[in-house]
Every structure is written in C-alpha cells, then in structure tokens.
Design a protein around this ligand. Sequence first.
Ligand code: NAD
Length: 317
Amino acid sequence: MTSLSPSPHGALPTVGFIGLGNMGSGMTKNLQAAGYPLVVTDLRRESAATLLDGGARWAESPREVAAASDLVITMLPTPKHVAAVAAGADGLVAGLADGGTWIDMSTSVPEVLEGIRQAEAHRGLHLLDAPVSGMSVGAANGMLQIFVGGEADEVARLRPVFEAMGDPERILHVGGHGAGYAVKLMINQLWFSHLVATAEVLSVGVAAGVDLGVLRDALVASPANSNFVEHDVLSILDHGDYDEGFAIALACKDLGLSVDLARSVGMPVELSSLVEQIFRRARAQYGDRAGEMTPVRLYEELLGQDLRRESPIEVAA
Ligand code: NAD
C-alpha cells in the first residue's frame, strides 16, 4: 500500500478533492491549513478561488485530479454524481494509479464503489466510504464527525487526513466497506424523524395554550428529551434559521436512500417512509434550496404562527 506518511523532506501527501460546495469548501480549507497540497476541481471554478489563492492547483477533470494526487476525496451531492465523476475516459478511476486511494465522503450508497471494486479488482485500489455529520459549520471549523467504512489498516493510514477535517474523538471506524454509508443514512433518518416529531408536539402543545419556551424546557427536563429538543431546534425557536447550509433536496435524497436501504435488507420502515413523505411535501412547497429544517414550517402554517421563543437564550456554539 502506498504510504501516506510525510516524505523524508517532510512534505505531506497531495490530496485531490472533487466537490467544493457547502461541505467541500470548509473541508478543503482545513486540509490546506494543515499543510496538505491540494489538487481540486468542481463544476464551478469560482468555488475554488480562495483555495487557488492559497496555493492549490486546479485540474480540468476528475482524471487529472486523481493522476496528480496521492489520494482523492469526493464530496458530491448524490450517488449519481459520484458515479458520474468516477466513470469514463476523463473520470477519477481512469486517473488513479494501481494501488491508489479514493475516499468518498458524500452521503451515498455502497453500490457505486462496490461496482468499481469488482470491475477493477486486479488494480488493488483502496476505495473507502467516509461520510460525515456536523453540518457546514462543522466542515468549516474542522469538527466533523466521520464514519469510515474500510479495512483497519486503510483507516489507520488515512487517520491524519481525517483528523485535518474532523473531531479526532469522533472519527469512527464503523466496519468494512459500505458500513460508513449505512451508519450515516441511519443517523440522518433518526435526526429527521426527531425533527418531524418535535415540530408536531411543539405545535400541538402551543395550540393547546402552553407557552413554547415552557413546553420546550419541560421536554428537556423530561424522559422525552433529545439532542434535537435540547440543542438543534433552538436555531428555529431563537433565530428562525432552518439551516440553508443543507438543502432540503439533499435531505430528501438521504431519506430516499435510507428507505431504499431498508427495502434492500427486507425491513419494513413505516415511520421512515412517512418522514420521507413529509420532507418531500416541504420540498415541493418551499423549493429545493430551502433549509433541511423547513418541514417545521408546514406545522407553523397549520398552527398559524411561527414557533419562536419569547426570550431567546444565547446558546454556546
Ligand atoms: P453542495 O451541493 O453544496 O456541493 C456539491 C458540490 O459538488 C457543488 O459544488 C457541485 O458543483 C459539485 N459537483 C457536482 N457534480 C460535480 C461533478 N460532476 N464534478 C465536479 N463537481 C461536481 O452539497 P453539500 O451540502 O456540500 O453536500 C455534499 C455531500 O455531503 C452530500 O452527499 C450531502 O448529503 C452530504 N452532507 C451535507 C451536509 C450539509 O450540512 N451540507 C452535512 C453532512 C453531509
């Protein structure tokens, strides 16, 4: 396996990065700050401007990124985008050296990498899945949670690269190839389910005449408390912020993949399917680019008022 340790001259390996959107822009900023030379590309060249000013190299195709790098990271919207970047004469796979490394950090499904692993078995490629949690703010401040699927030696070798983007305490090796994708989809499924359940009980409680702040505090003090009720819902209750850093179109993509995963393993998921439909309704109503927490607005409309606390309390970031 190609070593990713610093060279005898102390130089860090060159990282190729494809997908400089809400997440990739923060992740590359932190890789660059940690000293990794970067070769980058995106459909929008302007998304690389700051990185190029900082010394990163622009590549015209995924193939060129892979050919010029010691390892490649992708951070793309959907499995379809991942497959498109990988394939063809100008694709990432064509540019990887035999024995090369590609880490897909997108929220995706195992099929794309698995197909390549089988088709290119003779080349000894290292293809890992390492999706993340922590929102665009976590990407920007280098505190992502990273869920890595791969062999133990691959994960150990790549840990310094992950540590440049994530919280060292929450970089988890969760199993073999594909396990990272599955864990990430289940995390999102549960979080989105918390969101819908919370919006529902807050709306009913307020309609029944309870003060919103009192109701939320009572939930926090109760056995029904959750991270969502205690922390995440406050961005709406105190700031009217539905998190446009993660588009609802991508949330719907994640929920669709989650339900597909359940189908593929033969598990009925009545609740997950319902949550997916509620998110799809919000997407149809408020548009693809609305924030991931926008389904709460469906309940606010039914209630006839926004869910806002009287006296916002400042919460440490
Ligand atoms: P985004 O849409 O902001 O960024 C995606 C980037 O990929 C864009 O810059 C786009 O131009 C680029 N791209 C698309 N196709 C390309 C191609 N063929 N070649 C080169 N570049 C291409 O998406 P995001 O919010 O950064 O999310 C990326 C992934 O991370 C998704 O899978 C998402 O589900 C996941 N994720 C997002 C968040 C979040 O809070 N935004 C949190 C955790 C995980």
